[in-house]
Write a protein that binds this ligand. Structure first.
Ligand code: C2E
Ligand code: MG
Ligand code: MG
Length: 282
C-alpha cells in the first residue's frame, strides 16, 4: 500500500504540483511487465540471441537480386524466433533501442564483408528508427562503425527510414541524411504512402529510393484508391528521379501489375521470405 501510494504521489508530482493522482493497478502491471521485458531484451543482447534475416529485393524484369533488406529477429531459447514487432515497441524510447540498432548496423556490415570475401557483392539495407536517427550523434556512430569495416565499400550500405519518422523534424532529418551521404551510404524512405509526406518535404530528403508501403501494394488489385496511390508514387519517384521498390509483393499478379505501372523493383513473400544469411547465396 505504501509503495502504491508513493507511486501515485510521484505521478502527481510529475504531472505538476497541487493535484492528486490515483494509483492505477493496470498501469502498474504494464510498467512492471515492460521493465521485465526490457531486462530480457538486455540479456538477449548480451547473450547474442538476436539474428538478422535477409529478404531479397529483385528486378522483376530480369530476376536479378539488386539487394537485400536486413530484418532483426530474436532467437528466443524457449519461444523460438520472434519478429521485431514482439520486442522493438518495448524499447523504442529506451537506450536499449539505440544499443540494438547499433548491433544491427554492425552485424549487417560484418555480413556484407563476409559475403564479399566469398565473392558475393550485394548491397544490404538496414532499418533505422527515428530514435536512432534523431537522438545521439547518429553520423558519428555510423562513421565509427564504417571505420571498423574498412574493406567495405560504403555504397553497399543503405539506410531505410520510415516515412513517418521524417515528419518529426524534416529539416533535422534532412541534415543528418546529408551528413551520412558524405560518407557514401544511401537512403531509402520506407513504408512510403502510409504517412503524409508533402512534396516539399520529399524534395528536401536526399533519399535515392522510395519503398511503397506494403498495405498499398497488397490492396492495389481490389481497391481503386490504393491503385491510384501506388501509381502516383511511381510517377512521383520518376519525376524526382528516385528509384521505387514495391514492398509486400505476395502474388505474381501483383508483380505483373507493378511492371505495367512502371515499377520493376520488388520485395515480397511471392519472391522470397526473409531468410538466414547462410541461405542467401543459394
Ligand atoms: P519493413 O522495414 O517495412 O520490413 C518489411 C516487413 O514486411 C518485414 O516484416 C517482412 O518480413 C515483411 N514482408 C516481406 N514481404 C512480405 C509480403 O509479401 N507480405 C507481407 N505481409 N509482409 C511481408 P518484419 O521482419 O516483421 O519487420 C517489421 C518491421 O519491423 C519492418 O518493416 C521494420 O519497420 C521493423 N524492423 C525490422 N528490423 C528492424 C531493425 O533492425 N531495426 C529497426 N529499427 N526496425 C526494424
Ligand atoms: Mg524496411
Ligand atoms: Mg516497409
Amino acid at each position: 500500500l505504501m509503495r502504491h501510494a508513493d507511486q501515485a504521489m510521484y505521478q502527481a508530482k510529475q504531472i505538476g504540483k497541487n493535484r492528486f493522482s490515483v494509483f492505477d493497478a493496470t498501469l502498474d502491471a504494464e510498467t512492471t511487465a515492460r521493465h521485465q521485458h526490457r531486462e530480457q531484451i538486455h540479456n538477449a543482447l548480451s547473450l547474442g540471441q538476436f539474428v538478422l534475416h535477409y529478404q531479397p529485393k529483385v528486378n522483376l524484369r530480369d530476376g536479378k537480386v539488386v539487394g537485400v533488406e536486413a530484418l532483426v529477429r530474436w532467437q528466443h531459447p524457449e519461444v523460438g524466433l520472434l519478429p521485431p514487432h514482439d520486442f522493438l515497441p518495448s524499447i523504442h524510447d529506451h537506450p536499449l533501442g539505440m544499443e540494438l540498432g547499433e548491433w544491427v548496423l554492425n552485424q549487417a556490415l560484418c555480413q556484407i564483408g563476409e559475403w564479399r570475401r566469398s565473392g558475393l557483392l550485394i548491397p544490404v539495407s538496414v532499418n533505422i528508427s527515428a530514435q536512432q536517427l534523431l537522438h545521439g550523434n547518429f553520423n558519428d556512430m555510423l562513421s565509427a562503425l564504417l571505420n571498423r569495416h574498412p574493406d567495405i565499400p560504403h555504397d553497399q550500405l543503405e539506410l531505410e527510414i520510415l516515412e513517418k519518422s521524417t515528419h518529426q523534424d524534416a529539416r533535422q532529418v534532412s541534415e543528418i541524411m546529408y551528413q551520412c551521404l558524405a560518407s557514401g551510404v544511401e537512403f531509402s524512405i520506407d513504408d512510403f504512402g502510409s504517412g503524409n509526406s508533402s512534396l516539399s518535404e520529399l524534395k528536401q530528403l536526399p533519399a535515392r529510393t522510395l519503398k511503397i508501403d506494403q498495405r498499398l501494394v497488397s490492396g492495389m488489385l481490389d481497391n481503386a484508391d490504393d491503385l491510384s496511390i501506388v501509381s502516383s508514387i511511381i510517377g512521383l519517384a520518376t519525376t524526382f528521379r528516385r528509384n521505387v521498390v514495391a514492398e509486400g509483393v505476395e502474388t505474381e499478379r501483383h508483380g505483373a501489375r507493378l511492371l505495367e505501372l512502371g515499377c520493376s523493383l520488388a520485395q515480397g513473400f511471392c519472391i522470397s521470405a526473409p531468410m538466414p544469411a547462410t541461405d542467401l547465396p543459394a
